[in-house]
Ligand binder design. Sequence first.
Ligand code: SD4
Length: 338
Amino acid sequence: MERRKFLTLSSLGISALSLSSFKSAKGTLRRPLVISTWDAGIEANKAAWKVLRGGGRALDAVEQGVMVTESSQNCCVGLGANPDRDGIVTLDACIMDELGNCGSVGAIERIKHPISVARRVMEKTPHVMLVGQGAQQFAVEEGFPLEEQKLSPDAKRSYENWLKKNEYKPVINIEKTQGHGPFAPNKLDTGEWNHDTIGMVAIDANGNLSGSCTTSGAGFKMRGRLGDSPIIGAGLFVDNEIGAATATGQGEDVIRICGTHLVVELMRQGLSPENACKKAVERIIKVKGTEKSKQIQVGFIAINKQGEYGGYCIQKGFNFAVCYADDKNFMEDGKYIL
Ligand code: SD4
């Protein structure tokens, strides 16, 4: 927000929060603003909003927001999530700030908060990505406790089910409770979710953007497989001049088009967040072909520097959580193409 406007309103006793809906020439300017993928985004947004409403930095908001999801035992993300096809939970995460700094971990095991390790990689090493044992070693050196290697009851049940068929093929990520939030616990039992990721992007009261993305990766993936989520420009991209985007769904197809980098570049050319996400989805369909695209799901969400947001996906079933005020934290269904 423009500093002068902020100071004037502050001196009138109006809090930063009430600024979230003041009008600009482009329509309603929502700032601060945080959006995140899937139903679990509601709880994650609440934690992010606590940071943003107090005037905090978007980077802290996106880290603390997705930590909530990583902590949940009954969720698709974090150590309680589905394992790879050898029965081991391996986690990927990345984070990016308003200065273009970024950090990432891939295939890390027994660490509860990969997003925080990704942040340490960004802040404390000369590197962007650490993977596997090296990432775990770094986490331990940084004081992160090594958790037990044990499947959560939900993941164990779902892995045992998977082993019966041992079928290795992509699943179409959907949220059957679409738009109904909040995130309900035993969804593995009811089959109400089959996704594995939370991506979050935010703009703070100072107009700075950041993003985070954390996942257990595609359920029952090959051992050693990395998806888009820990890859800057695929699962997450932030450009503080323009906007920020994150992705979910079939990671291989997001990587092929450098998905979130593409979304941000399309916003740079003047597209709204929603239209930029739509064009990126269209690109995937063009590259993959319509018939094969019907077998997969990809969803993008994005915000721009003006505080506008949007999302788009290949097919029905993707949703995202939007928060820009104490009483405005709600689900939106992603528009879809096929
Ligand atoms: C991956 N993009 O590892 C992730 C999976 C995902 O909802 O988003 N699932 O490919």
